[in-house]
Design a protein around this ligand. Structure first.
Ligand code: ASP
Length: 308
């Protein structure tokens, strides 16, 4: 099983909390797998814990849009049968990833948005919850003010679209392989700070920020607009399906993506033999993994330099 806490520039002071959050998420997910639980149960449990952790930009502590509102995206997918459920621009629930799972299991659809997604969540028993933290509100305020100061007098929207949205890191994701050899992926995010209201990112778009096939499971993070143009998660899964190792598939996909659209992205990938691939074009991407082969858990902020 592997997890990540979002590609971007991480402040030194936030690193310990992020790594601790990853460790907790991995422990919860792998405990389920050890008891014979499914890969889907494991990734949803791990991502739910990271959504509840304000160290990350997902669920509680999600980044806020231009209007200062939470609009969260999440997706789950299982490789077996290519089943997937996703939500976008979802407000006021605690665990968007669990709502995404319900979309997969309880509807004929793949993606629900905004008001409709919220109505569905309530129908499924998810209560009203305010995910906005005081720290996130302060961060939003500062960025909003900086934006006003940068170029006073110019058209606000033109200015905004040029210099924003901002990529801060903190999206969360998990991929897992269970005892039955099934793969699953889950990803959740508040998106990017100061995004325009209604903006849909890569996370809830299958193949862009999240994907699983019988051959591989992938969770991506970074500039969503790049991933949506390149279909990063699907590109990695397809390369695994064509016979590359998970690491080769990640390396080749990220290089091709960098050439074609840009490199502000990070990926974790797992293949059906449990081999891992990790890569990021950003300064950091906190991530961690557990392999049952050696029973070891590793968490770290970056891929070690000689491999990056
Ligand atoms: N990919 C996310 C988005 O664009 C953001 C991130 O991963 O930092 O919504």
């Amino acid at each position: 099983m592997m997890v990540h806490g979002g590609a971007g520039n991480w402040k030194r002071t936030d690193e310990a909390a992020a790594l601790e959050g990853l460790r907790r998420a991995l422990a919860a997910g792998t405990a389920l797998l050890a008891r014979g639980g499914s890969a889907l149960d494991a990734v949803v449990a791990a991502v739910s814990l990271m959504e509840d952790d304000p160290a990350f930009n997902a669920g509680t502590g999600s980044a806020l849009n231009l209007d200062g509102e939470d609009e969260m995206d999440a997706g789950v997918m299982v490789g077996d049968g290519l089943k997937t459920g996703n939500v976008t621009c979802l407000r006021r629930v605690r665990n968007p990833v669990q709502v995404a799972r319900k979309v997969m299991e309880e509807t004929d659809h793949v993606l629900l948005s905004g008001e409709g997604a919220l109505k569905f969540a309530r129908l499924m028993g998810f209560p009203d919850y305010d995910p906005v933290t005081a720290a996130r509100r302060r961060d939003w305020q500062e960025k909003r003010e900086a934006l006003e100061e940068k170029r006073p007098g110019r058209s606000r929207l033109a200015r905004l679209l040029r210099v924003h949205p901002e990529l801060g890191g903190g999206t969360v994701g998990a991929v897992a392989l269970d005892r039955r050899g099934k793969l699953a992926a889950a990803t959740s995010t508040g998106g990017v700070t100061l995004k325009l209201p209604g903006r849909v990112g890569d996370t809830p778009v299958p193949g862009a920020g999240n994907y699983a096939s019988p051959a591989g499971a992938v969770s991506a993070t970074g500039r969503g607009e790049f991933m949506m143009r390149f279909l990063t998660a699907k590109a990695v899964c397809d390369r695994i399906g064509a016979g590359l190792s998970a690491q080769q598939a990640v390396d080749r996909s990220l290089s091709a993506m960098a050439r074609e659209v840009g490199d502000e992205a990070g990926v974790i990938a797992l293949d059906a033999e449990g081999r891992m691939g990790i890569g990021h074009g950003t300064a950091a991407m906190p991530h961690g993994y557990f392999t049952s082969a050696d029973g070891k858990t590793v968490v770290r902020m970056q891929v070690p330099r000689h491999r990056a």
